[in-house]
Design a protein around this ligand. Structure first.
Ligand code: NAD
Length: 488
């Protein structure tokens, strides 16, 4: 990656920008708590320049007007380049997030490439429709719609899945013909910056993808910018609500992918081994720093103990360690601050009467004493209204609760301000279907949890957000419908 005055620069048009009076952010490897690089932070003038570059590229037609086929070719080349640089990108992601290298190399990076391929496939298919008129005579009039790119898109993403979350926004926005200003988290910009280099190498015209690094200030500036037509945000519900206010100025379109407290519903007849495995993966994967983490398990009272034993056993068997060790199954939390938040929530739960079945505290590893590790944790003895049951922990902390009456299950699941995802575990597909219809969540898995697919729309009900990523629904987020009515 390129370096400018000892720090990583960011991308405006075809210029790599940094230096001068700008501030910089030290980037850390959370596996060891060690500095790995520093990145220049964009200032107000840089945000202006990035939005102006995106606007110029959009208005010039250099991307939006070239047609879906041409856009598709470039997106496909970006996917190829992501694959060609898979090890490099996986290593950057591992260093900056602490995720195990294997999961970056075999999970995140191929998924990022898939994302570009999926939207490369959709780019040429963007089409309006011919309309059969309702009141007007069809012999005298013709009507139809055109789908047009929404314009300049600001994409703001968090630190828990930096490359994939950037791709989930950038790829459909580019496929639709939009120009983009991407803001990665100030803590994890490495793979986004590399994506910018690869996109230019793939032939994306300069200015169509701009990348500015920075934190709340840069995000706020993009959210409020009058020349940004659409904001696509992934992050906390708190910041999502703030951006809603900021976006009001020019009524920019909003997609909000926010927090969750996803329930896992285990019926009496479930395959307990499969459920325990899925539950463990659903909460301990990426050390629980996953928006759809299955953090509240409701298991039928007759199987609750047996299920909990199996989950606890898996938690205790997990190899916690640095991302670069091949034996590691669960890495650290991304920052000391996140470790502090998770530990404090577990402490408050304990003080509130929660029983710690396993874990419950931070872990100091002999081979990585500076890393931000928290033990995989299972809590029981919980009661409705506890913070740990209502608030997102964003760490490897599972709440387990028994239920007696299956008729109450949907209301237990829905007892949350969030509505991002849920899973149902049962051998009876009729019961699963019925329950899936009652659960208020944007995505319901049955006999699995947390498995994504590019073709499956992803997003939240209620305070988990607005709009959808992935699937053809994601393309619609970046398009406007224009109706044209012609008197013949
Ligand atoms: P965050 O809301 O603090 O930050 C997210 C992004 O917004 C970062 O780039 C950050 O720099 C920026 N930001 C911070 N304050 C801002 C402000 N005032 N105005 C504009 N931008 C601002 O979230 P986080 O702690 O980075 O990420 C964790 C959260 O993200 C969790 O709540 C998690 O559930 C959520 N998340 C949701 C999804 C989803 O698809 N629904 C996916 C991943 C993460």
């Amino acid at each position: 990656m390129r370096v400018l005055d000892d720090c990583l620069p960011f991308l405006i048009g075809d210029r790599w920008v940094g230096g001068g009076p700008r501030k910089h952010q030290i980037l850390e490897d959370p596996s060891y708590g060690r500095e790995i690089a520093a990145a220049w932070l964009a200032d107000g003038a840089d945000v202006e320049a990035a939005v102006a570059a995106a606007r110029r590229s959009f208005d010039s037609g250099v991307w939006q007007a070239v047609g879906g086929d041409q856009r598709s070719r470039v997106l496909w080349r970006i996917a190829d380049l992501i694959e060609q640089h898979a090890l490099e990108l996986a290593t950057l992601e591992m260093r900056n997030t602490g995720k195990p290298l294997a999961s970056c190399l075999h999970g995140e990076i191929p998924f990022a490439a898939q994302c570009f391929r999926y939207f490369a496939g959709l780019a040429p298919q963007v089409a309006g429709r011919a309309i059969a008129l309702y009141g007007l005579p069809n012999e005298q009039f013709r009507a139809g719609t055109r789908l047009e790119p929404v314009g300049v898109v600001a994409a703001i993403v968090p630190w828990n899945g930096p490359l994939v979350q950037a791709c989930w926004k950038v790829a459909p926005a580019l496929a639709a013909g939009c120009s983009v200003v991407l803001k990665p988290s100030e803590l994890t910009p490495l793979t986004a910056l590399r994506l910018g280099e690869l996109a230019l190498e793939a032939g994306l015209p300069p200015g169509v993808l701009n990348i500015v690094t920075g934190g709340a200030e840069v995000g706020e500036a993009l959210g409020a910018h009058p020349d940004v037509d659409k904001l696509s945000f992934t992050g906390s519900t708190r910041v999502g609500k703030a951006l809603l206010q900021a976006a009001a100025g020019n009524l920019k379109r909003l997609t909000l992918e926010l927090g969750g407290k996803s329930p896992v519903l285990v019926l009496e007849d479930a395959d307990l081994e499969a459920a325990a495995e899925g539950i463990a993966q659903g909460i301990f994967g990426n050390a629980g720093q996953v928006c759809v983490a299955g953090s509240r398990v409701y298991a039928h009272a007759s199987i609750h103990e047996a299920l909990m034993r199996r989950v606890v056993q898996r938690a205790q068997g997990l190899q916690v360690g640095p991302g670069d060790l091949p034996t590691t199954q669960m890495g650290p939390l991304q920052s000391a601050a996140q470790l502090g938040r998770v530990s404090a929530m577990v402490e408050r739960a304990r003080a509130d009467g929660a029983v710690v079945e396993t874990g419950g505290e931070r872990v100091i590893l002999a081979n990585a004493p500076g890393g931000h590790y928290h033990a995989p944790t299972v809590l029981s003895g919980l009661h409705a209204g506890m913070e740990i049951l209502r608030e997102e922990v964003f760490g490897p902390v599972l709440c387990m609760m028994p239920f007696d009456d299956p008729a109450e299950l949907a209301s237990l699941a829905n007892d949350s301000p969030y509505g991002l995802a849920a899973s149902i575990w049962t051998r009876r597909l009729d019961a699963a279907n019925q329950l899936a219809a009652q659960v208020r969540a944007g995505l319901v898995w049955v006999n699995c949890h947390g498995i994504p697919d590019m073709a499956v729309p992803f997003g939240g009900f209620r305070q988990s957000g607005w709009g959808r990523e992935n699937g053809i629904e994601a393309m619609q987020q970046y398009l406007e419908t224009k109706s044209i009515l012609i008197r013949l």
